[in-house]
Design a binder for this molecule. Structure first.
Ligand code: FEO
Length: 392
């Protein structure tokens, strides 16, 4: 594949990773991903904006074969999927300088052992002239690490936000062609990568209101030639109140918790609450993370294992705590045989979630009438709390 022109003297020179199925040894990638790097040629200087994952350096170097000089490598983010090919690029272009934030320099020196004299650090709002093109650097910490920045190409009104607005999607489409598919992929990406930093992203979105942006070129997934599509999606994920949704991750070992979950899902549905049920023995954990973006309530279903929650359930609680969704209410349903501290242990694992804990419903053995009554009461409580808050 040739370098792909975006505008005169602006090219996509990235890599499509069709086969990658795991990121950071943590996040599953059902649709692969891409590492988008961009070449911007001004009348006097040439800049490479980000690079590619070190597993795909050869593809980037092939694109650069006919480029005699690169003056600047702009490092918007120090994570290896974008910065990992900076060392071979510097080896080919020994006079090139790495342009990044002061924190970016520290991290790149630590992770990639790039010598200090290779760096130019830039302040928030600083510009770099390439002659006929001007790069403006917007410090935007915590999209996804503390050193991140966005680069805005003033003359062409193109934003290069690196991880922000990305989607893990391998595609040969340069721009979004299937909005439904990209919306789902971008929402999953937001849930897994960006949601813990929502308060930082609020500020960045507000700041971007003052920029005219014709194209957004993220570093994962297709580019946005209609930026309002992804900007409006981010605004809804960041600013809108949660919705009338209960997310219910659970495990059942011998059928008691399963029975309670089935009854409870029906009780909520009968009351007009949307439920997203995830059996943690089989679910795609990325779908669970995505569901947490909009949900008002999390109810965890667990049997008791060695006095505590099932380990898969503990993992889901740990994940929800780390992702910091805007949940308002939390509860636990489940069962035990002879003794349980599952509720105390689970609620102790979610200190980041500033949500009201609703009375749990735990049955001894297989659920009976009083347990089903308890589930009805919990469903009614959730329904009225959602109504009181106006969650639709
Ligand atoms: Fe795509 Fe935070 O790296």
């Amino acid at each position: 594949m040739k370098a792909r022109q975006i505008r005169p003297n602006i090219y996509w020179v990235g890599a499509i990773d069709w086969d990658r199925r795991l990121f950071d040894a943590l996040i599953s990638l059902p649709d692969g991903t891409s590492y988008n790097a961009y070449l911007v040629q001004g009348s006097q200087k040439t800049a490479l904006l980000d690079t590619v994952d070190p597993t795909m350096t050869d593809g980037l170097m092939a694109y650069l074969e006919d480029i005699p000089v690169i003056d600047y490598v702009i490092a918007n983010h120090a994570e290896q999927d974008h910065a990992g090919s900076i060392p071979p690029v510097l080896a080919k272009y020994p006079n090139a300088k790495v342009v990044t934030t002061p924190k970016g320099k520290d991290i790149l020196m630590a992770l990639l052992l790039i010598p200090e004299d290779k760096f130019i650090t830039v302040n928030d709002g600083e510009t770099l002239s390439l002659g006929s093109k001007t790069l403006e650097f917007i410090h935007a910490p915590w999209v996804h690490w503390p050193e991140t920045m966005l680069t805005y190409l003033r003359e062409d009104k193109i934003l290069f936000p690196c991880d922000l607005f990305g989607s893990h999607l391998a595609t040969t489409d340069l721009y979004v062609s299937n909005e439904g598919q990209v919306y789902e992929a971008a929402k999953r990406y937001f849930a897994e990568i960006m949601m813990p930093f929502r308060t930082s992203i609020e500020k960045h979105l507000e700041r971007l209101n003052s920029y005219r942006i014709d194209i957004i070129c993220p570093s994962h997934g297709p580019m946005y030639d209609k930026p309002s599509f992804i900007l409006e999606a981010y605004r809804s994920w960041v600013f809108d109140p949660p919705r009338n949704i209960v997310v219910l991750p659970y495990i059942s070992m011998h059928g008691s918790t399963q029975k309670m979950v089935e009854y409870f899902v029906g009780a909520l549905a009968d009351r007009g609450v949307t439920v997203k049920q995830f059996n943690l023995a089989a679910t795609d954990i990325g779908k669970l993370a995505t569901a947490l973006v909009d949900a008002a309530t999390l109810v965890i279903g667990t049997p008791t294992v060695l006095v505590g929650p099932h380990p898969n359930v503990a993992y889901a609680a740990f994940l929800a705590n780390a992702l910091r969704p805007r949940l308002q209410f939390i509860s636990v349903i489940g069962s035990y045989g002879w003794g349980s501290k599952a509720v105390e242990q689970l609620t102790g694992m979610i200190p980041n979630l500033k949500a009201e804990v609703l009375a749990p419903v735990i049955s001894k053995g297989f659920p009976r009438e009083e347990d089903f009554k308890g589930l009805d009461n919990l469903a009614s409580t959730i329904t009225s709390k959602h109504k009181e808050r106006g969650f639709a």
